[in-house]
Design a protein around this ligand. Structure first.
Ligand SMILES: NC(=O)c1ccc[n+]([C@@H]2O[C@H](COP(=O)([O-])OP(=O)(O)OC[C@H]3O[C@@H](n4cnc5c(N)ncnc54)[C@H](O)[C@@H]3O)[C@@H](O)[C@H]2O)c1
Length: 311
């Protein structure tokens, strides 16, 4: 099959790799030229990890996957290639207005047979499906990071998604060695509806000076079996994406637990994005041995502590 993938950040690269290592051709594009440059190297690294996960000993595994990627520097050429693809997958910033604007531009130019998948982690599929003008063939496929290593994919249909689209999507994901499961079209679906309040609470407790980065992660890893704990996961998701997802979920639900904590906003402002920028909750100077940072300069204490200081 042929996939058109829009957005070549963390998740776009993950999906490109999953498509190509399972035999599909990918045409891809990003409006940021800096993102185009690193795609091949990034996907090669992910494909090498996928080879281990899929237990392949084919010496050409990575190079075969790489040959299936076509990167476009020009939007019009990408749209031309996307016209007769089987699936158009959007993996751009978590921003409903932006996604709807982009979809209303791209999707009407494609064959009506093309299925539309969105990798959003929290947004309502219905406005995106309507903006793209093909609601029956629109669906969310929320993959987890890193896509080639984490099997689960939330499949979220909208009000008008056809049963043919649901079945095509489930079967295609199974063929791609993913583990699809149905989830509700509510802010954050199933996984992030449960996970986001917990991750944001962890950040608030750190902000209050109640927990340190490494203790927090060791605790969750050794007690609940979370592979990375919460702060390392933050650093892989990146602070800007956490901020966008939290704000969009807050706006959609009015749930105060989802309002982005101050520390997260400060980290974004200071460019402390996480593993990709070298600094987040951890110092990633040595990526194999990240060190929990001393974030005491961000600690503001709890309301009670602050009021006590006024006495
Ligand atoms: N980071 C995660 O762990 C994670 C996990 C699951 C789902 N998601 C979701 O995946 C999507 C992408 O997240 P990400 O982490 O890959 O973000 P990212 O910031 O790493 O990448 C997003 C990419 O989209 C590109 N982009 C933005 N506007 C564009 C436009 N108009 N046209 C083309 N390209 C455009 C950007 O240049 C960037 O390269 C979001 O919806 C996010 O919620 C992220």
């Amino acid at each position: 099959m042929k996939f058109a993938i829009l957005g070549l950040g963390i998740m776009g690269r993950g999906w490109i790799t999953q498509c190509t290592v399972t035999g599909h051709d990918v045409h891809c594009f990003d409006t940021n030229p800096d993102m185009l440059a690193g795609v091949k190297t990034g996907c090669d690294k992910l494909a090498a990890k996928a080879a281990k996960k899929l237990k392949s000993d084919d010496p050409d595994f990575v190079s075969n996957a790489a040959q299936k990627i076509t990167i476009y520097e020009d939007k019009a050429a990408f749209i031309e290639a996307a016209k007769d693809c089987d699936v158009f997958l959007e993996v751009i910033f978590e921003d409903l207005k932006l996604k709807c604007k982009v979809l209303s531009e791209y999707l009407p130019q494609l064959s009506e047979k093309v299925f539309f998948w969105s990798n959003t982690s929290s947004l309502d599929i219905n406005p995106m499906a309507e903006a793209g003008g093909r609601p029956e063939r629109s669906i969310i496929t929320h993959g987890m990071n890193p896509v080639p290593l984490v099997s689960g994919v939330e499949v979220v249909p909208g009000d008008k998604t056809s049963s043919e689209t649901i079945e095509f999507t489930r079967q295609t994901l199974l063929q791609m060695k993913k583990a699809p499961f149905m989830a509700p079209n509510i802010p954050g679906f199933w996984v992030n509806r449960l996970l986001m309040p917990q991750m944001l609470d962890a950040v608030r407790l750190l902000e209050q000076g109640k927990i340190q980065v490494e203790d927090g992660d060791i605790g969750l890893n050794t007690s609940l079996g979370h592979p990375q704990g919460t702060f390392k996961l933050h650093d892989f998701v990146t602070a800007p994406t956490m901020l966008r997802v939290a704000l969009q979920m807050y706006q959609a639900s009015n749930d105060p637990r989802l309002y982005p904590p101050l520390i997260l906003m400060r980290m974004v402002k200071n460019g402390e994005y996480g593993a990709s920028s070298g600094k987040g909750f951890y110092d990633w100077s040595d990526p194999r041995n990240p060190k929990g940072r001393d974030l005491s300069h961000y600690v503001i204490g709890s309301t009670e502590d602050i009021i006590d200081q006024l006495k």
